[in-house]
Design a protein around this ligand. Structure first.
Ligand code: NDP
Ligand code: 2IT
Length: 444
């Protein structure tokens, strides 16, 4: 049996209840086969892949907090410090009732390769909790964040592990988390990214994931002779990534006709009104029904359905496994040209293979959404040098990083005879730097 197959079997055997983690590992290791085969005996002797798929450290803790009625609740907190070969652990904190160890480990594993692809010195980690921020008062959110940080603060630091936002964790939560860290540790340092602009946050970090998604998608299309301007785009989600993806797509001359939340979705034939979307979702924290109520030409549908909308480009920006094989078939039947993942692993494994077989340009999340963490690394640089860069400066660096990233994964795919397969290109290019660092640092 090949070394890759042995390790894949072991991952399933040793982590039996972690389907999302299996899915992420299988996709990466399948891509790495030709790289591993080149030097299989040495890698097997050094247990390279076993070290890659086992987190350096995983922390699970109790998070007790008191609601507005005086009731105590207990949630579970996680931080998985996956790989620090190329830099301190870096990755977001997800707050969502679906969070469990499998989800945090899949996200942490993906983050290793994504962070490597940014070209910046950041290792991979992820954390979060099964706490549900929906419907909670600001005081309840603060109580949760303070309790979460009272334990997490023992394991993180500006040079060791730097968390950030993800689903359910935005500027409000990062603010409360930062305040508590500072109080407990007595340190004003860049221990979190996505901070408010008044206390060390970077301009353009809020926009970065969505903007970066459009920069790399535009570059990919351009290299295939397709202009983005004038195209019709379907976006899922209506959170941080979706909102700024829609904003940049419109700035680049495309028309975005959909967005969604976990209750339903919007079809807006005139193009999504971003100012209204921000007012509804960012400021008032309402549901998309409020968007439809304020915009007569928009149609609201309950449940799923974004991918039934005819479009040239699909940008899944909500959550994992939201774009299934049936969705992919419908997109292809409607003539889609490209799918670019704003979320982490939003396309199921069978849907990804189908899209690639149909010749659809497919950019995986670890490349397409890397602009968020790349800009987090730029925030860390600004914190370290105690300076602040302008919006234009950060945005220009973000764009350059995303354009370089596209060419880096395109080259890697070509080097391994997989031209146009950006899943393999991203996994291989992300892995090469981590491999080099792990081999040079000995058995640790
Ligand atoms: P937000 O919490 O801001 O928004 C999430 C959006 O997705 C909301 O519209 C939410 O709907 C929807 N959603 C979440 N879970 C589900 C679900 N189970 N079913 C259907 N819809 C769902 O998160 P972000 O925009 O920050 O993150 C979106 C994705 O992008 C995630 O996969 C995240 O890991 C990834 N990502 C985020 C980065 C960042 O910088 N923020 C960077 C790179 C990737 P509702 O409001 O109803 O919950
Ligand atoms: O998935 C991701 O890359 C993020 N949620 C952003 C991580 C970060 O550290 O900015």
């Amino acid at each position: 049996m090949s070394y890759v197959d042995e390790v894949l079997e072991e991952v399933v055997r040793e982590n039996p209840h972690e389907p999302e983690f299996h899915q992420a590992v299988k996709e990466v290791l399948d891509s790495l086969r030709p790289v591993i085969e080149k030097n299989e005996a040495v890698y097997r002797r050094d247990a390279l892949l076993e070290r890659l798929v086992n987190p350096e450290r995983q922390i699970k803790f109790r998070v007790p907090w008191i609601d507005d009625q005086g009731q105590v609740h207990v949630n579970t907190g996680y931080r998985v410090q996956f790989n620090s070969a190329i830099g301190p652990y870096k990755g977001g904190l997800r707050l969502h009732p679906s969070v469990n160890l499998s989800i945090i480990k899949f996200l942490g594993f993906e983050q290793i390769f994504k962070n490597s692809l940014t070209g910046l010195p950041i290792g991979g980690g992820k954390g979060g909790s099964d706490f549900d921020p929906k419907g909670k008062s600001d005081r309840e959110i603060m109580a949760f964040c303070q309790s979460f940080m009272s334990e997490l603060c023992k394991y993180i630091g500006a040079d060791t592990d730097i968390p950030a936002g993800d689903i359910g964790t935005g500027a409000r939560e990062i603010g409360y988390l930062f305040g508590e860290y500072k109080k407990l540790r007595g340190l004003f340092e860049g221990v979190l990214t996505g901070k408010g602009l008044s206390f060390g946050g970077s301009l353009a970090r809020t926009e970065a994931t969505g903007y970066g998604l459009l920069y790399i998608t535009e570059e990919m299309l351009k290299c295939h002779g397709i202009p983005l301007a004038g195209k019709t785009i379907a976006v899922s989600g209506s959170g941080n990534v979706a909102t700024y993806a829609i904003e940049k797509a419109q700035q680049l001359g495309a028309k975005v006709v959909t967005c969604s939340d976990s209750s339903g979705w919007i079809y807006d034939p005139d193009g999504i009104d971003v100012a209204l979307l921000k007012e509804v979702k960012e400021r008032k924290r309402q549901r998309l029904t409020a968007y439809a109520a304020a915009r007569p030409q928009a149609v609201y549908h309950e449940g799923k359905g974004v991918w039934s909308t005819p479009c040239d480009v699909a940008l899944p920006c909500a959550t994992q496994n939201e774009l299934t094989l049936a969705d992919a078939e419908q997109l292809v039947a409607n003539g889609v040209l490209a799918v670019s993942e704003g979320a982490n692993m939003p396309t199921t494994a069978d849907a990804t293979v189908y899209l690639q077989e149909q010749g659809i340009l497919f950019l995986p999340g670890k490349a397409a959404n890397a602009g968020g963490v790349a800009t987090s690394a730029l925030e860390m640089s600004q914190n370290s040098e105690r300076l602040r860069w302008s919006f234009q400066e950060v945005d220009a660096q973000l764009k350059a990083i995303m354009v370089d990233l596209y060419h880096h994964i395109d080259d890697a795919a070509k080097r391994y005879d997989r031209e146009g397969n950006y899943v393999d290109g991203a996994n291989i290019a992300g892995f090469e730097k981590v491999l080099d660092a792990m081999m040079m640092q000995g058995i640790v």
